[in-house]
Design a protein around this ligand. Structure first.
Ligand code: SF4
Length: 696
């Protein structure tokens, strides 16, 4: 704890970084505009963290007070002009008249919005309402598009709802953890501590990941099996595990018979010899004997749980893989009780919530498709508008349409798409092509280079609302200080909508939550008053579960029966070749968070001052690369430079980097490939070459 003096009061609120959703006591001095955070102390009664935290959360207050924050609205006619500071009224009028002018020139569908998973449920809800009611279309998307959209698709398909099945506490009943494409010790550290505690008590771990992450062999833990799956072959892996379980008769026949549908076709499909570990060994890179043993361990449980991350979703078959993992759990009856389940490790603090709140172009709040007239009717009667029945544009469609000349105006809330989205040159070309780009953020980020209007955003310390974490836990976010920029983000969206001719206003965020509860069945019993009284609640919260639902799908699935689905493995087109013989995969490190806009402006920023390229010793030797050399990393779409780190954590043929720093810009090299169902980018597989530029 860095102490800056004695606090005079404290406010309990929620960390704004990862999907664990730790509760903190922000201890402060002063009041009003003179409020200063002295320290952040993990809150002992936090439902998700029980008094624990990681280094990111403890230092998070640093970026909120950073001098880089842009505190006033600004406009400019062209992106080559200097910015001009203006009043809020002038900025909002510029946004509203600009968007209307774009629609007059190019049509109602020529504008759209991207909501932020760092913002509160209430802020996200009003952004999707602004788009649907004031813009008059469904062109609203969220940064979940580039991370967990396949989770939404796959879990909804298999179980009937787009969320993890268990609470975090469930891990304490788990006997076997299957960790796929996730690195919890870096990305979800507080939950990782809980996992490690259970492992020390005797639970077994199977890690499926190309890298030898800490859960494979790290401080105080050692996995029973490490399956170093070749990037892009996850579906072949999960099918091979299911093949072993079915052909060796290890599945739970009673559960399959009573609680699933599609079994006949699926069991015939998965028993085919082409899915055996021996037949897929060359493709996945996993020794058949290890895979057989891992499948038997998972099937034997008795309580086996799957925990997965972006190493599952960010592939061209991300949605297929989510369904493949659901198949494993359904086959073995590992659902509907504690210690089991299929559990996405959500990356951002409110990515679950931003999806719940209807910020997808095809879904209204509560994952209800816009084509359903009875769902549209709820909002049409409440909002007094007609909602379009056709889905709007996804983020990649917005970029393509901008380059094609039909999508010309974009509002971006708290997402740095120019750094975080794949194929940076393509994103930049799309932003340059637009007639009006509006960025709302704490900082003049990379995307703001292409903006015509900049609206200052508020940090989590200034917000009043809720975040929903990876276990569906709705946590209160309480204002530690008043807005430092003069307006809350929900007010800004309301004022833009009003200036565009659709009057929209609320007295306070609690009133927005009341509207969410009145229109969204899973939130029916949620209110700020109840959250303040009970601490936090996990949705669904309704008459059937008045205090929330830690474990889902008990007795029956939300969709009735669980859906077994033949998951056909289709290799990605992105393969290593003679010109690009290595495969790049990306991830995160403990001390930094996503594009680093926040963590690079906190006291822990010096712990990871640059992105480095990890490379296996044999690949390094072949290229004359030593640790500390500056290397050129090139793919078929772009080139960047990084410092090399020779590491036997990598398998031969695979290189790895993080994407926390704009200077290295890892997404300059990632490609336009994406998940077949959701367009989630295939960040985890890029064919690359590495060459030394400067020796250390
Ligand atoms: Fe908790 Fe995640 Fe924040 Fe760390 S970054 S304190 S694990 S919510």
């Amino acid at each position: 704890v860095v102490s800056l003096g004695m606090p005079t009061r404290s406010v309990v609120t929620t960390c704004a970084y990862c999907g664990v959703g730790c509760s903190f006591k922000a201890e402060v001095q002063g009041s009003g505009d003179d409020t200063r955070v002295v320290r952040m102390t993990p809150w002992k009664d936090g439902g998700a963290n029980e008094g624990h935290s990681c280094v990111k959360g403890r230092f998070a207050y640093g970026y909120a007070a950073h001098t880089d924050r842009q505190m006033e609205p600004m406009v400019r006619d062209s992106i080559d002009d200097p910015w001009r500071v203006v009043s809020w009224d002038e900025a909002i009028e510029r946004v509203a008249s600009g968007f209307r002018a774009v629609q007059e020139r190019h049509g109602v569908g020529a504008i759209g919005g991207i909501s932020s998973s760092r913002c509160t449920n209430e802020e996200v809800y009003v952004v999707q309402k602004m788009v649907r009611a004031a813009f008059g279309n469904n062109n609203v998307d969220t940064c979940a598009r580039v991370c967990h959209s396949p989770t939404g698709y796959g879990l909804n398909h298999a179980f009937g709802t787009s969320a993890g099945t268990q609470d975090f506490a469930s891990v304490e009943q788990c006997d076997v953890m299957l960790v796929i494409g996730a690195n919890p010790t870096d990305a979800h550290p507080v939950f990782a501590s809980r996992m490690k505690r259970r492992i020390r008590e005797g639970a077994k771990v199977i890690v499926a990941d190309p890298r030898r992450i800490d859960l494979v062999r790290g401080p105080h833990v050692e996995a029973t099996y490490h399956l170093p799956v070749r990037p892009g072959t996850n579906v072949a892996l999960v099918n091979a595990m299911a093949h072993v379980i079915v052909t060796e008769g290890l599945h739970d026949a009673a559960f399959v018979a009573s609680r699933t549908e599609g079994a006949e076709g699926y069991l015939e499909f998965i028993a085919r010899p082409e899915h055996s570990p021996e037949a897929t060994e060359a493709e996945t890179g996993i020794p058949a004997a290890d895979l057989r043993a891992a499948a038997r361990l998972y099937a034997g449980g008795p309580n086996s749980a799957i925990y997965y991350g972006l190493g599952v979703t960010e592939h061209s078959q991300g949605s297929t893989m989510v369904m493949g993992m659901a198949n494993l759990a359904l086959l073995t009856g590992n659902l509907g009780r504690e210690g089991v389940g299929v559990n996405p490790m959500r990356g951002q603090n409110n990515v679950q919530g931003s999806c719940d709140m209807g910020s997808f172009p095809h879904e209204l709040p509560g994952y209800r498709h816009v084509s359903r007239p009875e769902v549209r009717a709820i909002y049409e009667s409440l909002w007094g508008v007609t909602i379009q029945p056709e889905p709007g544009l996804r983020i990649p469609n917005m970029f393509d349409s901008a380059i094609g000349g039909s999508f010309m105006g974009l509002y971006v809330q708290g997402e740095d798409i120019a750094q975080s989205d794949p194929d940076t040159h393509h994103v930049e070309a799309a932003l340059r092509a637009m007639e009006l780009v509006v960025v709302q953020d704490l900082f003049l980020n990379e995307t703001a280079r292409f903006a015509h209007v900049f609206l200052p955003g508020s940090s989590f310390l200034e917000k009043d609302g809720t975040f929903t974490n990876a276990e569906r836990r709705i946590n209160r976010v309480r204002p530690v200080m008043p807005s430092r920029v003069g307006k809350d983000e929900w007010q800004v969206a309301c004022e833009i909508a009003t200036a565009m001719g659709y009057p929209m206003s609320y007295e306070a965020p609690s009133q927005i939550m009341d509207e969410i509860a009145a229109t969204t069945p899973t939130f029916a019993g949620v209110s700020f008053a109840r959250l303040d009284a009970e601490g936090s609640m996990q949705w669904p919260v309704n008459d059937a579960a008045p205090h929330g639902t830690p474990t889902m799908h008990v007795g029956s699935f939300v969709r009735g029966l669980g859906q077994l689905t033949p998951t056909v493995y289709v290799p990605t087109t992105e393969r290593a070749n003679r010109r690009y013989p290595l495969v790049l995969t990306t991830g995160r490190i403990l001390s930094q968070y996503n594009v680093g806009a926040q963590t690079r402006r906190t006291p822990n920023s010096t712990w990871h001052p640059e992105d480095v390229l990890e490379i296996h010793p044999s690949d390094a030797e072949m290229r004359g690369v030593s640790s500390g050399d500056v290397v050129e990393l090139s793919s078929r779409v772009g080139t960047t430079r990084l410092t090399a780190l020779v590491s036997d954590r990598m398998p031969a043929g695979v290189v790895y980097t993080t994407f926390h720093h704009p200077v290295t810009g890892a997404n300059v090299v990632t490609t336009e490939n994406s998940d077949w169902a959701t367009n989630c980018p295939e960040y985890k597989v890029t064919a690359v070459q590495v060459q030394v530029v400067t020796e250390a």
